[in-house]
Design a protein around this ligand. Sequence first.
Ligand code: NAD
Length: 473
Amino acid sequence: MREYLKFYIDGKWVDPVEPKTSEVVNPATEAVSGRISMGSAADVEKAVAAARRAFAGWSETTREQRLDVLLAIQSEYAKRQDELGDAITEEMGAPVSLGRGFHVALGAGHLQTAIEVLREFKFEELRGSTMIRQEPIGVCGLITPWNWPMNQTCVKIFPALATGNTMILKPPQLAPFSAHILAEILDAAGVPAGVFNMIQGSGSVIGTALSTHEDVDMISFTGSEPVGVQIQKDAAPTVKRVGLELGGKSAFIVLDDAALADNVAAATVGMMGNSGQTCSAGSRLLVPAARMDEVVASARAACDSVTVGDPQGNFAMGPVVSKSQFNIIQEYIQKGLDEGAQLVAGGLGRPEGIDKGWFVKPTVFVGSNDMVIAREEIFGPVLVIIGYDDIDQAVAIANDSTFGLAGYVNGLDIDQVRAVGKRLRTGWVSLNGGFDFHAPFGGYKRSGNGREWGEFGFHEYLEIKSLLGYASA
Ligand code: NAD
């Protein structure tokens, strides 16, 4: 049982102003795995005041001073990787190999990237006689989701720190443990008091208090579209910058060539990773309609190969995060059946032999792009295969979505892969499995307005100042 009842404010672990707690449930066992404190607006006041006080000094630090702090964090992070991974397994159900593996590696990757970018970043540039200077925006509210907890927090905290900002992190209520450990890591690394603060609690209380706060300059939010819209409204009266990283319904286009079966299998297994709870998941698989039989055989075999079970055991997929998420996914699977989609694998209910925990069957449908299961983000291990007649139609289907977060193109002809990738109206397109920590990540359309990761992630936290007449002519 974990008891994380204190908040991290002004460099100290402190009790909440008003004592109130909430239980955290392990989605694999349905048993209570810990307790956290639920903060109030009064805690936000304390944290914002601390962050404002700290801003004066931290914003004036040199590149080298901030690099030293990031390097100290890196060494503390390395010591606690397995602990972080195990916390992630307990809070959101990722298998141990995934929790200790890719989940933690993503956080480490963003930290290493922030260090590399900070070493080279141009904060000042002379253009003619004008000095263009990039300065930290101020006090930032960072609001994160539960699905990739280390990725989402680290991709905000480290660029914000590197650019001289101070911050208040509001972790997700469903997955608060790893964020608590991360705060301990920052504390042990000697981040100056008030620069980083963390308050646990609900979005409606802590999130709203941050979004509406007069003295918060920026909100960086990752989460669902409706909450992103609400935050923009809440932030409007104080004209603060709002960076939004929202949902997706991304297309995975497999080209018509000899690698089709392998690419379909890779796309199917990829969709089931993290129990399908990935904003950038390729949840619509677009394939040549003429080869649908081959596609279905490959997708079914790949889906059946995804083992599901106890995240402490040797299984590829654990549960989904909560009972409510389980129920939402079941409703979508039922909707797919009602809409007349062809069920290829999986379906309703828990996998055979499992009667406890929020485990979902990896599920594959063949459907069409007008179906609800192809239009709405399910956020579970549910893949919809859609046939296309030619590449123009594949691109049209891919772009026929209110979202525009990610895209995938796999095929043997790299020129065609590149050409198709360029036509997708999304912010992040992976060609034949390409991955890069330095590549900007973010969405078009209703998938958001920000760009995180690498150098582009730094710009989220920077104001631009012109100093005219800086250099004498
Ligand atoms: P969510 O929107 O329910 O919650 C996200 C965070 O916002 C949580 O910390 C929550 O407590 C807080 N929150 C809730 N109401 C709030 C309010 N009124 N004001 C301020 N904060 C509030 O999302 P979730 O269920 O935690 O995460 C799943 C969603 O996140 C999916 O839609 C997914 O696609 C999206 N996501 C996007 C990205 C990306 O980079 N684009 C990455 C991961 C997840």
